[in-house]
Design a protein around this ligand. Structure first.
Ligand code: SAM
Length: 289
């Protein structure tokens, strides 16, 4: 029944939850989860377990919002908020919207004029970059790399040339391949930190260079959740001219192309692929290129 007044407006509130250690839940997160009329979550069973551990009754407030229904569920959630409900949003772990559902719901709420709020909480990317030992003044979150093809190659090339630290999420069964691709794109000596099972009982950090990380992962088949933090490209990057000159000198000295590429890559500490590409574009005189 309408009383001529505009409908009361509720809100959508994104709530960060722990990435493995229940002790990381915030007081405000508990309070908002207790007060919410609706709790959108990826996996209702998992969130029921979290609420139960926090002593917060779930009742009939849980609503599934996951990668496969986000558009439709977001519409329903925004309608509830526009009608006055407080709609809390959690995911299985960490911050909603970070490699997890949330972004579409926020966009839909903003479009509908529904206020959006946030309870900041743990995010694996932030935890990993600050503990990595790599520069954290400027860094880039890449989330999960595209699985294959040109999109993956382009992303890897962008990471290789980026002077900022890059943070990647990876599933355990893909860590090995991703490290192999990073070695290929960034060179074996690029600094890296692999962070697994952050905040959990079996938290483990491996710090070193990509080649060593690859060996470590080969020897210790990866399990659990992983973040790979890759150091940025050296600030004073070796210019194309320097690569061309070193290559020319090696070829002039009679070194064959394959060995010249390897030698220059090693001496200038640049990826072989980059030297090889320089070799292809060179207009150096009578040489077998
Ligand atoms: N929304 C989450 C966040 O704020 O970090 C990320 C969710 S994403 C679907 C899951 C990925 O995050 C995992 O595959 C892993 O790369 C990373 N991750 C989540 N928890 C982690 C942990 N405890 N240790 C290491 N990586 C973790």
């Amino acid at each position: 029944m309408s009383d001529g007044q505009p409908p009361e407006t509720g809100r959508v509130i994104l709530v960060g939850t722990p990435i493995g250690n229940l002790g990381d839940i915030s007081l405000r997160a508990v309070e908002e989860l207790r007060r919410a009329d609706v709790v959108c979550c990826e996996d209702t069973r998992r969130t029921r377990g979290l609420l139960s551990a926090l002593g917060v009754p779930a009742g009939s407030r849980l609503m599934a919002l996951h990668a496969h229904n986000e558009a439709g569920a977001a519409e329903v959630a925004v309608r509830r908020a526009a009608a006055g409900a407080t709609v809390a949003v959690v995911t299985d772990a960490g911050m909603p919207g970070i490699s997890d559902p949330g972004e579409r719901l926020v966009a839909a709420a903003i479009a509908a004029g529904v206020p959006v709020d946030v309870v900041p909480g743990p995010a694996a990317a932030v935890a990993a970059v600050v503990i990595s030992g790599l520069p954290a003044q400027r860094w880039c979150f890449e989330g999960f790399l595209p699985r294959s093809g040109r999109a993956r190659a382009q992303r890897l090339a962008a990471i290789a040339g980026d002077e900022r630290t890059t943070v990647l999420y990876e599933a355990p069964h893909r860590v090995l391949r991703t490290l192999e691709d990073l070695v290929e794109a960034c060179g074996a000596q690029r600094p890296v930190t692999c962070a697994r099972e952050l905040t959990k009982l079996h938290q483990e950090l491996w710090r070193g260079e990509l080649a060593g990380a690859l060996r470590w992962v080969e020897e210790h088949p990866p399990r659990g959740e992983w973040v790979v933090v890759v150091g940025g490209a050296p600030a004073a990057a070796v210019g194309e001219d320097a690569v061309g000159e070193a290559l020319g000198a090696a070829l002039d000295a009679g070194v064959d192309r394959r060995s010249a590429v390897a030698e220059v890559a090693r001496s200038l500490d640049v990826p072989k692929r980059r030297v090889y590409e320089a070799a292809l574009t060179m207009t150096w005189p009578p040489r077998d290129l």
